[in-house]
Design a protein around this ligand. Structure first.
Ligand code: LR7
Ligand code: MN
Length: 581
């Protein structure tokens, strides 16, 4: 079943260059000119493996052991097996110059073979789970892109061909979302996909639709039994698709995500993603990862139920995607659609899983390389998207989001009545029951107040936090002038006496000084250091672990743990309810 195909020049490591690990220049055996095209030999590694030596084939798919797969390239080629490749001296100029095109090092990517070998990073339990029945649903792989780099897009495709049973790929749909000035995305890309051994089509948007509109458009064209969404700069790893499809076959009302491994933006090194994680989201509506706590003796080949998904990489039954109303097309360009899909799926009777055996590596970059809409700033677009999601799905909890990010409150996200109708039609449950299902820590139900917490001289507790809450762990809370703009001065005080900011709680640091600062730590129900009993008469917040110690604001804005003193003005706190849930 091996297919030998040609691929256009420019796509392969050419010429010679200095390998970082050796001083000897390496000669690529694929030195090419525009006349002699190098070849990529595609083999469906799944085709023969299910058959024994008498030609009797068993009923299904078996993921071959990685050791039995012959690597196509010399092992000293750059980036083979996911090793880092840093630009050698003769590439540095090009690396720097071309970096802004994609906000990752495309010059480095260009030197790595499109069909580079990758290690099998599945855990042992996953390797033991390698057999699948032969009637798995097939899939339409959907990849939308705007101004994608050449070699990263092509490597996405080649990795799919090399690590997926071809019979399961109903088609690959590429949709170019109105890329600008990238000649290689036109005729050369079309020529390239014609060399692929599975049906692949290239569609184009005349006008930019954004990733959400583009995915909807591609999904409407797709005819596979399932849809498999991928970003345009990934490498799928060993056995990736089978685990995802198997879960959809068990229950079609599923969204199934792979583990997202990291390809570094500078060296395209494969870093293993954590496999004991699930998705949540912050008060600022930002998707976030959380680690599973505890769980000894767990079977690490079992899928993990996750409240939210990152959004880019997932499999879903095609008809179920339609039933869920696809995406809200009022969500523009980038952002928010992953939470829309997550809330909708769980609240309307579906489930979202992360399969720890399925691995897809994704190029992570620090910045967006492309423009959003002409007429408004990136943040306005994103916050309007969040507004739509909050308005349709968050019920009364949207007020917490609005308080923490007043921009979301004040922007007009447009008419959402059709999405509310969809919610009605699908008979979806409340946001509160969704939160209860997962007991998401940052949305506790036992709150007494949501609002600012101030001293008598108008100083408010302020978290000083950026969008990445995890960076706020162990940072001190300050007492700043009250600004009544919400945001970082919004806290949630519970009936269990905890003071929440998102999923962090206020706790005295364990420095051994007299004036211990108060810092943010992960909230834990049974941690009494985080409990502050409010005395309505003296207005003090008394720590329940450190007896007769109180929360006190100093004039330099520090907040400390101090001996309780009813005369200290910095110990007189009041709660200003700003959100009524
Ligand atoms: O206007 C656009 N048109 C597009 O076609 C903007 C983007 N795109 C394409 C783009 O080329 C890419 O293929 O959409 C895809 C996602 O855009 P990226 O790669 O620039 O952004 P990202 O990797 O940060 O995207 C993450 O968040 C998005 C929020 O809207 C989407 O949910 C993406 O699917 C999501 N990507 C992932 O979840 C991959 C893993 C990242 C993590 C964690
Ligand atoms: Mn991406």
């Amino acid at each position: 079943h091996a297919l030998t195909r040609f691929c256009p020049d420019t796509y392969r490591p050419e010429d010679t260059y200095d390998h970082p690990s050796k001083n000897e220049p390496i000669k690529s055996t694929h030195k090419i000119s525009s006349r002699s095209l190098p070849t990529i030999e595609y083999t469906d590694i799944y085709e023969d493996k299910a058959c024994d030596r008498y030609g009797k084939c068993d009923q299904g798919y078996r993921i071959p052991a990685a050791s039995s797969i012959k690597s196509a390239n010399p092992s000293n080629w750059p980036g083979e097996m996911g090793t880092p490749f840093l630009p050698p001296a003769n590439l540095e100029e090009e690396s720097k110059r071309r970096f802004p095109e994609n906000m990752f090092d495309i010059a480095v990517s260009d030197k790595i073979a499109l069909n580079r070998a990758m290690p099998d990073i599945r855990n042992d339990q996953c390797k033991a789970h390698a057999a699948f029945n032969n009637n798995l649903p097939n899939t339409s792989i959907i990849i939308v892109f705007h101004n994608e780099g050449n070699s990263t897009l092509l490597r996405t495709l080649v990795s799919i061909i090399n690590r997926t049973p071809w019979r399961l790929i109903h088609e690959i749909i590429l949709l170019d979302d109105a890329s600008v000035d990238r000649e290689y995305l036109h005729e050369p890309l079309q020529r390239f996909i014609e060399t692929l051994p599975v049906k692949t089509i290239l569609l184009k948007n005349e006008k930019r639709l954004g990733l959400i509109g583009s995915r909807v458009k591609a999904a409407k064209v797709a005819t596979g039994e399932t849809l498999m969404f991928l970003d345009s700069h990934v490498e799928v790893l060993h056995g990736w698709l089978l685990y995802l499809l198997e879960e959809i076959q068990k229950d079609p009302k599923s969204i199934v995500c792979p583990i997202i491994d990291v390809l570094t933006w500078n060296a395209f090194e494969l870093l293993h993603g954590a496999t004991d994680i699930f998705g949540t989201f912050s008060w600022k509506m930002i998707f976030r990862w959380s680690k599973i706590q505890g769980s000894a003796n767990k079977d690490f080949s079992l899928p993990i139920r996750t409240p939210t998904m990152a959004g880019g990489l997932y499999a879903i039954d095609r008809l179920y995607f339609e039933e869920l109303g696809m995406y809200d097309e009022g969500i523009k360009i980038w952002g928010g659609e992953n939470l829309e899909m997550s809330f909708k799926c769980w609240m309307c009777g579906g489930r979202i899983l992360i399969h720890p055996c399925s691995h897809v590596a994704h190029v992570f970059r620090k910045e967006t390389p492309y423009k959003f809409l002409e007429h408004e700033s990136i943040f306005v677009t994103i916050f309007k998207n969040y507004k739509r999601v909050a308005a349709v799905w968050l019920d009364e909890y949207k007020h917490l989001i609005y308080a923490v990010n007043p921009d979301i409150k004040n922007l007009d996200g447009g008419d959402v009545s059709d999405r509310l109708e969809l919610r009605e039609r699908l008979n979806c449950s409340s946001f509160k029951s969704y939160l209860q299902m997962f007991k998401l820590k940052n949305f506790p139900f036992n709150h007494r107040y949501i609002g600012s917490i101030s001293t008598t001289n108008r100083r408010c507790l302020d978290s000083m936090m950026g969008p990445d809450i995890s960076k706020g762990v162990n940072t001190p809370v300050l007492a700043q002038a009250c600004h009544s703009d919400g945001g970082n001065q919004i806290f949630l005080y519970t009936t269990t006496n905890k003071i929440y900011f998102d999923e962090l709680c206020l706790e005295p640091s364990d420095e051994k000084t007299t004036n211990r600062k108060i810092i943010f730590t992960m909230c834990q129900d049974d941690k009494f250091e985080q409990n502050w009993e409010y005395d309505e008469k003296t207005l003090q917040l008394k720590n329940q672990f450190y007896d007769r110690y109180c929360l006190q604001a100093l004039s330099n804005a520090d907040v400390i743990l101090a001996p309780c003193d009813t005369y200290a003005p910095g110990q007189k706190w009041s709660f200003n309810q700003e959100v009524d849930l």
